[in-house]
Design a protein around this ligand. Structure first.
Ligand code: SF4
Length: 191
């Protein structure tokens, strides 16, 4: 990935994929000095719809509060379920999660390319229940495929997850107790 720098006082444009406010708050704080961030909420993996709306609205309201642009992707659950067929019993960090990252990051990468962002990124790696290597490989593959920079970071490093948890408690964010899909709900892990 090429170095992305502030040029003539203008911050580079970053399309930041977000899954929820608790996972995003720390990442946004880390990147806001360097980038002009647009938060992209594209998460057709989150079920049921009521839960999706809770997470979306919490993120949307926080983006508004701190003055960031917010965009929502299509809630195409059929596409997600079609791709999850045969992967229902996979554990977290398995092949279903790989598919899920690929779907969400593909949409983010294409949007970033078409709308002429300087880079795309995701907050997903902040969760200790997600495999950073899976996210990194997929993000870099898409960057190469679509000709757009991917900001490749393991956000859970340097106590990232712990700090994010503290920050979200201070904001009194709604916090879910499962990753997002109905299969992870059965496992009921706190992300
Ligand atoms: S556990 Fe999370 S990342 Fe994995 S498939 Fe389900 S929603 Fe996607």
């Amino acid at each position: 990935m090429q170095t992305i720098k502030i040029s003539n006082g203008v911050k580079p444009k970053l399309l930041l994929h977000s899954c929820c406010a608790p996972c995003s708050i720390y990442v946004i704080e880390k990147l806001a000095q360097q980038f002009k961030i647009t938060v992209f909420f594209y998460d057709p993996n989150v079920h049921p719809r009521k839960e999706y709306i809770l997470r979306r609205d919490e993120m949307k309201n926080y983006a508004k509060k701190i003055g960031l642009d917010f965009e929502e992707g299509d809630y195409q659950t059929k596409d997600w379920f079609d791709k999850a067929q045969g992967l229902e019993s996979e554990p977290e960090k398995g092949r279903r999660c790989e598919m899920c990252f690929d779907l969400r990051l593909s949409k983010t990468a294409v949007k970033a390319r078409v709308e002429e962002y300087d880079a795309f990124a995701t907050v997903l790696s902040i969760s200790p229940h997600k495999d950073y290597q899976q996210i990194s490989v997929i993000g870099n593959k898409l960057a190469h495929q679509f000709g757009i920079n991917f900001l490749d970071r393991d956000w859970k490093k340097k106590n990232g997850f712990k700090i994010a948890t503290k920050m979200s408690k201070e904001q009194n964010f709604y916090r879910q107790d499962y990753c997002g899909c109905i299969y992870s709900k059965k496992q009921q892990k706190v992300i």
